[in-house]
Design a protein around this ligand. Structure first.
Ligand code: SAM
Ligand code: SF4
Length: 359
């Protein structure tokens, strides 16, 4: 059986659930390396209003036919299975840009109805958020991460190939007014953005947002990433330390990929201000990874860097019962690879780029 993903073609040779020899009879999404996935990322589209150079090709990703995308009812059914049968506690909608979907409120409200106590959040570039944040919060959205790499308009336009920084600021303002808290800002660390990193932190502190820098991963569609030119966490800390005094507090949650640093002399809401660094490349958190991913076309992806996907959309559309879909999902996660493997000489980039997976 072959499944067209728009980008690679991934084959599934058998209609039988993959073997899970050695897997204990546990309901959760455990894998053979001792991890349990409780954090679900659902990509809802490949479309985007920006073309960030570390993510998308200039022309955008090849379009996924509408009939190949999961619809709101299908997404909510997977959310229900994930929470009820598989122990998922956090659900995050991502893409592409989730705001490109006109039915996003319906996706969130149908998901919210079956999410139990699980949180429903979204990662977005913020463009158009000002017009929709109230509707999304009313539908059940509880948290937001907004991606912003620079507060310099020219630099933003070069990096994203679109002059849309004022729209992002409008989205952030609207999210604050809607009471979304904590508001988190994600910034990808690049040689090109390093010079503006301290300005971005200053802006985040002044605007009550929690900033987290992410080391750039080899997931850009243009395949320009190079290990020997990437900016690592240590280099960023050196740059930030020229303007801020940073100290590292005790780390409570090992599955949280962000290492937090206190920014001395700053606070928000009466708590000490922090800046986070997600050193996905140089200080891999694969050993504590608790993620499971569903692509916009409804395949389960157990690892960002693993191209072995399981087609849940076909199961949904064949009328498969929830319990059997849960079994497929468990089998997919049991086979999760140990780590991203970037340190190995034979490391191969995955076939999908970040925008086609959902970060
Ligand atoms: N469009 C939304 C956004 O930008 O927030 C959601 C999708 S985007 C793929 C999700 C996250 O992945 C963003 O925070 C983005 O900065 C991050 N990202 C994209 N490409 C990346 C890369 N090559 N390395 C690390 N993070 C990346
Ligand atoms: Fe679009 Fe987000 Fe990728 Fe930027 S990072 S191109 S906003 S999907």
């Amino acid at each position: 059986m072959s499944l067209s993903l728009g980008f690679p073609t991934i084959r599934r040779d058998s209609a039988a659930i993959p073997s899970t020899i050695g897997r204990p009879d546990a309901p959760g999404l455990i894998d053979r390396h001792g991890r349990t996935a409780r954090d679900l990322r659902i990509s809802v589209t490949e479309k985007c209003s920006l073309r960030c150079t570390y993510c998308m090709p200039e022309a955008g990703l090849p379009a996924i036919a509408r009939r190949d995308l999961l619809d709101p009812t299908e997404i909510a059914r997977l959310v229900g299975i994930a929470v009820r049968d598989l122990g998922v506690r956090d659900i995050r909608f991502t893409g592409g840009e989730p705001l490109m979907r006109s039915d996003l409120s319906e996706i969130i409200s149908l998901s919210s109805a079956v999410a139990g106590g699980a949180s429903l959040s979204m990662t977005t570039n913020g463009i158009g958020l000002n017009k929709r944040v109230d509707e999304l919060v009313a539908a059940g959205l509880t948290r937001l991460n907004i991606s912003l790499d620079t507060v310099d308009r020219d630099h933003f336009a070069r990096l994203t190939r679109r002059d849309r920084l004022p729209s992002v600021f409008a989205g952030i303002e609207a999210a604050k007014k809607a009471g979304v808290a904590p508001l988190k800002i994600n910034a990808v660390l690049m040689r090109d953005t390093l010079g503006g990193a301290a300005d971005l932190l200053e802006w985040s502190l002044a605007n009550g947002a929690k900033l987290r820098f992410i080391e750039q991963m080899p997931l850009d569609a243009d395949e320009a990433w190079a290990r020997d030119n990437m900016v690592d966490a240590a280099e960023l800390l050196d740059v930030l330390s020229t303007r801020f005094t940073l100290t590292q507090p005790h780390r409570d949650d090992p599955s949280d990929p962000a290492e937090e640093w206190l920014v001395d002399g700053h606070s928000y809401d009466g708590r000490p201000a922090t800046v986070g660094i997600i050193a996905s490349v140089t200080r891999s958190f694969c050993a504590a990874c608790d993620r499971t991913r569903v692509t916009a076309e409804g395949t389960v992806r157990s690892c960002l860097f693993g191209d072995d996907e399981t087609d849940l959309r076909a199961l949904l559309r064949e009328g498969t019962p929830d319990a059997t879909i849960a079994e497929w999902w468990r089998a997919a996660m049991w086979g999760k690879q140990k780590g991203h493997g970037m340190e190995r000489a034979d490391f191969q980039r995955p076939l999908r780029s970040m925008g086609a997976i959902g970060g």
